[in-house]
Write a protein that binds this ligand. Structure first.
Ligand SMILES: *Cc1c(COP(=O)(O)O)cnc(C)c1O
Length: 372
């Protein structure tokens, strides 16, 4: 039996260990743990990577979303349009920033916010739209930005799963008014702890995030308003700088793995594979197939030593946390179908061809096919 982990950070870190430990030792000796040159260096490098004018490092992806929404001026009574097939951090941030959310259904093939649904969800309280570049596949930004401009709304990209993804050649995160990233360990670019970032071409908005993340201080001892303890620390920044140099190569590796899965699984009629829209360069944070036999297939894979995941089996509108909001089952059919059928296969830059063959054979055998 072959072991195919869902993600493999141990292998990734083993290769980088000498470089990482050297940097961490230097930081320990300098005792510069919060802010400093590692943080500002990472911010410059990540802004350049995203083709954005500015970047502010923050404590997590959730913090990035919250502080970006506050910088955009979200306040009590404001509504934000987003989808229910995302991690709850997206809606938590909207609530924590004082707003409320209105859900729309996702596109049936890319699972990102369906631009055709926006207009009928508009109210006079809606101030912005938060598309998610889910699983590393860009949302269809042109029509989203188009609607936003016609109605005077801002667009904030949740790019927590899309470091390096591109929409018509433009990097995700730099297309809307602001873009938010998470560097949670398992993301395409992951810290060794919690970290996140906000990027934007509007430097004043990024400046606002810098003030908010540091207790409302624009300069030491002067608090313009109450803020947050939401900073990025130097050790995470140093690790992210080292890993950022490998991100392109890792994303290419993910794209290669996705193509290898497609090649082997394309002939299995019982499953649907992820598609890449003509406008998209996806970076496959996750590789999510769909099948009516999801739970039984997952058990079979597990018995064969193959890790898998669910993203996300209970959509946000059906979560107990939002049980008092008047949502009902059947309201967002595409989102609900994905929640019932989606199965995330192993996907990471360290996947080998024999591992992909083994996963594909196990899936084929489950449905009674011999793949060769
Ligand atoms: C991971 C993730 C977040 C939250 O990031 P954290 O760093 O864990 O706070 C937000 N949105 C999406 C879509 C994510 O995948």
């Amino acid at each position: 039996m072959m072991d195919v982990p869902f993600v493999d950070l141990k292998t990734q870190h083993a290769r980088l260990l000498p470089e990482i430990s050297q940097r961490l030792q230097a930081i320990l000796s300098a005792a510069q743990f919060v802010g400093g040159s590692e943080v500002s260096g990472f911010e410059e490098e990540f802004a350049a990577f995203c083709s954005a004018r500015a970047c502010a490092g923050v404590a997590s992806g959730t913090e990035a979303l919250t502080l970006a929404l506050l910088a955009l001026g979200l306040s009590s009574g404001d509504e934000v349009i987003t989808v229910p097939n995302t991690f709850i951090a997206t809606t938590e941030a909207i609530s924590r920033a004082g707003g409320t959310f209105r859900f729309v259904d996702c596109h049936p093939e890319t699972f990102t916010l369906d631009p055709g649904q926006i207009e009928r969800a508009l109210t006079d309280r809606v101030v912005g739209i938060v598309p998610i570049h889910l699983y590393g596949h860009p949302a269809d930004m042109d029509p989203i930005v188009d609607v936003s401009q016609r109605h005077g709304l801002w667009v904030l990209e949740d790019a927590a799963q899309a470091h390096g993804a591109a929409y018509k050649g433009r990097r995700c995160g730099s297309i809307g008014m602001m873009g938010c990233f998470s560097f949670y360990p398992g993301k395409n670019l992951g810290a060794c702890g919690e970290a996140g970032a906000v990027v934007s071409n509007e430097t004043e908005l990024v400046e606002k995030v810098r003030v908010l993340r540091d207790h409302g201080q624009a300069e030491k001892h002067v608090h313009l308003a109450e803020g947050y303890n939401g900073r990025l620390d130097a050790m995470q920044a140093a690790i992210l700088r080292i890993k950022l140099r490998h991100l392109e190569e890792w994303n290419e590796r993910r794209r290669w793995a996705a193509a290898a899965y497609r090649d082997r699984l394309g002939s299995v009629p019982e499953i649907s594979l992820p598609v890449e829209a003509p406008y998209a360069r996806a970076v496959y944070h996750l590789y999510v197939i769909r099948t009516d036999e999801r739970d039984r297939l997952r058990d079979r894979l597990s018995a064969k030593g193959i890790g898998s995941g669910l993203h996300y089996p209970i959509p946000l509108h059906l979560q107990p946390a939002y049980g008092d909001r008047g949502f009902h089952r059947g309201e967002f059919p595409e989102v609900e179908r994905l929640a019932a059928q989606g199965l995330s296969l192993p996907m990471h830059p360290e996947l080998t061809e024999p591992q992909i063959d083994y996963v594909a054979e196990a899936i084929g055998a489950f449905f009674g096919h011999r793949l060769s």
